[in-house]
Every structure is written in C-alpha cells, then in structure tokens.
Write a protein that binds this ligand. Structure first.
Ligand code: NAP
Ligand code: ZN
Ligand code: ZN
Length: 347
C-alpha cells in the first residue's frame, strides 16, 4: 500500500505551485524511507516548473536538495539505520552497469540517470522530489550528512554544493590558482566557500557590487561588477579557471577574454537559449570552454565530508511552503541570500 504524503506541485508553466498529495511506494528491500526536513529551492526547479527547458511531465513536484532522517529501512539495507541523517540530490537511480556508473559518474549514466523529479523510476511511476514530507530512495543513491552539519544548511549542498565541488576538484582549484565565480546566487555562494577552503584565490564576478560585503565574508579575495566595462579590461587574461553559475544567457566572449593561457571556463548554468562563442575567444590563449553537471554519489559524499570538515553550509533563508511562489520570483530577480530552503513541516 503506497503512503500518501503532502507535497507542492506545479501543474502548468504559468500557474503557481499549489498544495497537493502524492503517493510514495512501499520500501523495497534496498530502499530507505526518508522523512524530509528541508528542501532547497534550486533555480533548476524553476526552469523545470516554468517549462523553460521544454514541457515537463506535469504535475511536477520539484526539489532535489533534500535533507532529512531515515524513518524506515528495507530488509536488505546495509548502509543506513533508522534515525540516520541523510540527503538526496538530483538523481535517485541509474543503470549501475555502464562505464559511467561503474566509474562513480552516475550523473553521466549512458542510459540516463533517473532524476529525482520529472523522470520515471524503475517501477514505471513518475518521480517526485523534495517539496514533500517523505521520499523513498534506494540506499545506493542516498548520502550521509555528517555530524556538525545542520540539516537546513546541508540541504542545498546536495545540488549546489556538489555542482561546484566537482568542477573545482576536476580543474584543480587550490593554492596558486586564480578562480573566478560568475554569479553570487545559490550555486555561486557555495562555490566561493568551497574554492576558498580548497586554497584558491577567489574572485566574484557579480552584476553589481550590492553583495560585495557578503562575498568577501564568504571567502572571496576580490569582487567585481560585470556591469562596469572596466572590469573586463582590468581582468583580461587573468584567471586559470572561471566557473559560470548564471541562469541567464551572457556574452560569453567577454568572460572568455578573462582566461589566462590554458585557462578553462566551466559552464554550469543552464540558460534557456544556446550559448554563442566566437572561435577567436577560445583560440587565443589556448582556452577551453567546458561544462560540468552535478557529481556522482561517492563524490557527493566526499563533498559533504569536506564541507563538514571546513564548516561549510549554505547561507539560507528558511521559508514556509506557502512562500514558495514568492521565493521563485525572488530567485529569478537575483534577490536571494543565498538559498531558499523549505521547512517541509509546513507542507
Ligand atoms: P540563482 O540562485 O538564481 O543564481 C544565479 C545567479 O546568476 C544570480 O544570483 C545572479 O548573481 C546571476 N544572474 C542571474 N540572472 C542574471 C543575468 N540576467 N545576468 C547576469 N547574471 C545573472 O540560481 P542557481 O540555483 O545558483 O542556479 C544557477 C544556474 O545553474 C541555473 O541555470 C540552474 O539551472 C543551473 N544548475 C546547473 C547545475 C549543473 O549541474 N550544471 C546544477 C544546478 C543548477 P549576481 O546577482 O551575483 O549577478
Ligand atoms: Zn539543482
Ligand atoms: Zn549507467
């Protein structure tokens, strides 16, 4: 007998999210039932709910920054016990057999990972995300939230945290490396903290200087406004690594111009329209334009352990469920400091 739980769902691109109920399957032998305490609001939730990436499979219950407590474990679960503090990120399954899955890069599963929402699970049922009071997930797609990280500030790490940690590790952010982060939003602010903890020299490239004090407090060494044309002149050929977290389309050639020889710009934002790059912007300085998408389960656990060790949580504003639609508008207006987190007790 499936269990019915409270949730919030989007039913059309131009409609607000509304309260609803959804069914969660009975736990199978390898499943854990998680009582969700907090769910972060990622800009990807908004892109999906508002059909900016194409028509989703409505009704959509978004939420892939999930933190909570294990309530029930299946008979063969070995990694978790009732009462454990756990998190779930952007996917809840993958094929487990392809090269990517075997390498721990389940996010790049050749058969496609199963998204935490707006996907179809092994049972043929649509997946529904964290804007709900409970979720049932195979234990292999669950991470442990270390002691010392509160659940509310940990929730956004499950997407924003790993999305920044993975490329910062891959492109060796660390001492002696000049790293710039474009956009001080949900992803960007966690990126500043992580890159700083890795020992890199960190620069924030924001639309204005409004959030400069915060950026420096979070660990940035430098802070520039991209609305000031001088920024692009001053920082020409400056960075080893630039990480773009912006949810809208930017003039990428201007940002590529900030890369030093052999520098890489990693695209993380997923704007609605294609990105245009003049060839000369990358041939000069032997530059690379790259991308990265979240991270695998083992790497997500590594990120959580790293964040606990360095005292890194997200800067959050906890909201009641009824404030979700207003929060969406504020995220789109870059008016978020720096992640909205839903208290799921209010669903
Ligand atoms: P967010 O909290 O809205 O942050 C995006 C930031 O980009 C804003 O705070 C703002 O920073 C800047 N920005 C927004 N609109 C802009 C514009 N028109 N021009 C210039 N800058 C602008 O969003 P998020 O949750 O961090 O997500 C960011 C993007 O990453 C989204 O597209 C999301 O779908 C994508 N994403 C990708 C992955 C992945 O695996 N690759 C994972 C999660 C999310 P300033 O105010 O500082 O300028
Ligand atoms: Zn996300
Ligand atoms: Zn696979």
């Amino acid at each position: 007998m499936p269990t019915t739980v409270n949730a919030y769902s989007a039913t059309a691109a131009d409609q607000p999210l509304r309260p609803t109920t959804i069914d969660r399957r009975d736990p199978g032998p390898h499943d854990v039932v998680i009582d969700i305490a907090y769910a972060g609001i990622c800009h990807s939730d908004i892109h999906t709910a508002r059909a900016e990436w194409g028509q989703p499979n409505y009704p959509v219950v978004p939420g892939h920054e999930i933190a909570g407590t294990v309530a029930v474990v299946g008979d063969e679960v070995s990694r978790y016990q009732v009462g454990d503090r756990v998190g779930v990120g952007c996917f809840v399954d993958s094929c487990r057999e392809c090269d990517a899955c075997r390498a721990g890069d389940e996010q790049y599963c050749e058969r496609g990972m199963t998204g935490t929402y707006n996907a179809v699970g092994r049972d043929g049922q649509p997946t529904h995300g964290g804007y709900s009071t409970a979720i049932v997930v195979d234990e292999n797609y669950v991470c442990r939230i270390p002691e010392g990280l509160d659940l509310d500030v940990a929730a956004p790490l499950l997407c924003a945290g790993i999305t920044l940690y993975s490329p910062l590790r891959h492109w060796n952010a660390g001492p002696g490396k000049k790293v710039a982060i474009i956009g001080l939003g949900g992803l960007g602010h966690v990126g500043v903290k992580i890159a700083h903890a890795m020992g890199a020299e960190v620069t924030v490239l924001s639309q204005s200087l409004k959030k400069m004090e915060d950026g420096l407090r979070l660990g940035a060494d430098h802070y520039y406004a991209t609305s000031d044309p001088d920024t692009f002149r001053l920082l020409r050929n400056e960075f080893d690594l630039i990480v773009n977290t912006v949810s809208a389309n930017l003039d990428m050639s201007k940002f590529l111009g900030m890369l030093a020889i052999n520098g890489t710009l990693v695209e993380l934002g997923l704007p609605e329209h294609p990105i245009e790059i003049p060839a000369g912007a990358v041939t000069r300085n032997r530059r690379s334009f790259a991308g990265s998408m979240i991270g695998g389960i083992a790497e997500t656990q590594e990120m959580l352990d790293f964040c606990a060790e360095h005292g890194i949580g997200a800067e959050i504003e906890v909201i009641d469920a009824e404030a979700i639609n207003e929060a969406y508008d504020r995220v789109v207006a870059s008016d978020v400091r720096y992640r909205f987190v839903i208290d799921t007790a209010t669903l």
